[in-house]
Design a protein around this ligand. Structure first.
Ligand SMILES: [Fe+2]
Ligand SMILES: [Fe+2]
Length: 163
């Protein structure tokens, strides 16, 4: 059993993960419109992962006999200045999600909610991975000069991302 407060916090996280999925899909759509097919493919895969995250929360809430309540998903941004700006924002967004996960863990500890705390462990590890992956991409953008040739190579590299 989880508290009402925890149930609400976990439902809010479903919304945050679905928004992440929506945001990355919007970033994919921006890339498609600019013909950056590799970046678009990378973002579509990322969007799918965020949907999977939402579904992990969905399953856990049901597993502990609480109720999933879905809310409206915020409209994501649709235009960016450059591929670099997109990945910088994705990095910032992952830091924000990490902060949210940490707050959920803090609540679980405060409530002596061992089951939720254990469940959240997966996301603590996952966020280290997510932040690091996007930070490395931003780093690569900054290493290469912002010319068409380096962008073309990066687009090809990210397009090879394994699912
Ligand atoms: Fe996520
Ligand atoms: Fe993520």
């Amino acid at each position: 059993m989880i508290s009402e407060k925890m149930q609400k916090a976990l439902n809010d996280q479903i919304n945050a993960e679905l928004f992440s999925s929506y945001l990355y899909l919007s970033m994919a759509a921006y890339f498609e419109s600019e013909n950056w097919n590799g970046f678009a493919a990378w973002m579509k895969t990322q969007s799918g992962e965020e949907y999977d995250h939402a579904m992990k929360f969905y399953k856990f809430i049901n597993d502990v006999d609480a109720k999933v309540t879905l809310d409206a998903i915020e409209k994501p941004k649709t235009e960016w200045k450059s591929p670099l700006q997109v990945f910088e924002e994705a990095h910032k967004h992952e830091l924000y999600i990490t902060d949210r996960i940490n707050k959920l863990v803090a609540l679980a500890i405060q409530e002596n909610d061992y089951a939720t705390n254990l469940f959240l462990n997966y996301f603590v590890t996952e966020q280290i991975e997510e932040v690091s992956t996007v930070a490395q991409i931003v780093h690569k953008f900054n290493l290469l000069s912002d010319n068409k040739t380096s962008l073309f190579l990066l687009d090809r590299e990210l397009g090879m991302r394994a699912k």
